[in-house]
Design a protein around this ligand. Structure first.
Ligand SMILES: Nc1ncnc2c1ncn2[C@@H]1O[C@H](COP(=O)(O)OP(=O)(O)OP(=O)(O)O)[C@@H](O)[C@H]1O
Ligand SMILES: [Mg+2]
Length: 253
């Protein structure tokens, strides 16, 4: 038997997290292929952000493991995850509101002692051009619209030159026109080889971007598969609406 099988690109196994008596995430396992773009959906409070926090190293799971290309990441600090290519954005953008758009990209990059300001600035300008935020380079971050702030969050993650990016609600509160732009950027990044996981409540937007989606309800992964199938799954519909409906949409109470 060959023993040199290639490990999965990203693999989480048996992740659990409690906050006091609250079970936020229970026994979550999730594998992501390199180059994949996957959705993670579920009702409010179902454990999506807690999962992202664990997958990005911001929260230590009570149990379970996280591996990137076979290397164990769990137990390491968030900057270790970031250095090895796992980046994330925040549900509520965590920008430096009184700094310029450019500084918002440059300053975090300079927390790496080996980074040079000139290099960080060059990279930041590249990122801003890609995201079509370059005309806002010298604006205060607080002057940006909600959608532009979401884009800048993505930009901050891109500064890390990640291999995997975990997006927490990139579509929330975004004007429809900018929404299309964000979707296009996500698709373009994926075409460039970036592996992406998107958490969001906008199921139409999710469906237009991902082929596969996982679903959480009350901290448990209840479905994982082709987005079209998953979104028709009666258990998933039930988790969202609280009433069981069949494929024709008739309510069974
Ligand atoms: N730091 C914390 N302390 C205590 N409870 C928490 C904490 N973070 C999350 N929780 C609880 O864990 C559960 C899962 O929360 P989480 O934020 O992961 O859900 P979510 O799926 O991201 O929800 P939403 O769609 O509203 O963003 C909720 O019951 C929440 O109240
Ligand atoms: Mg959340």
């Amino acid at each position: 038997m060959p023993t040199d099988t290639v490990p999965p690109f990203f693999a989480a196994h048996g992740l659990s997290k409690h906050f006091g008596g609250i079970r936020a995430v229970a026994d979550l396992s999730l594998e992501i292929d390199q180059g994949e773009i996957i959705g993670l959906i579920g009702p409010n409070g179902s454990g999506k952000t807690t999962s992202i926090n664990m997958l990005a190293g911001a929260l230590h799971p009570d149990s379970g493991s996280i591996r990137l290309a076979g290397m164990a990441l769990n137990g390491q600090p968030a900057h270790f995850f970031a250095r090895h290519g796992v980046a994330r954005t925040f549900q509520v953008p965590r920008l430096f509101r009184r700094m310029s758009v450019l500084e918002n990209l440059v300053v975090p990059a300079l927390s790496n002692p080996r980074a040079s300001r000139a290099h960080a600035e060059r990279k930041a300008r590249e990122v801003l051009e890609f995201l079509r935020l370059d005309r806002l380079t010298h604006e205060y971050a607080r002057a940006l619209s909600g959608g532009q702030q979401k884009l800048l969050e993505v930009g901050r993650a891109l500064m890390l030159e990640p291999r995997l990016i975990l997006l927490d609600e990139p579509f929330a509160g975004v004007h429809p026109r900018l929404l299309e732009q964000i979707i296009d950027h996500i698709k373009a990044l994926n075409r460039q080889g970036l592996t992406i996981m998107i958490v969001d409540h906008n199921l139409d937007a999710i469906r237009s971007v991902v082929r596969r989606t996982a679903v959480m309800a009350r901290g448990v992964k209840i479905a994982d598969g082709a987005a079209d199938d998953v979104l028709r799954d009666p258990d998933v519909v039930h988790a969202y609406t609280g009433s069981r409906k069949d494929r024709e949409g008739r309510a069974h109470g």
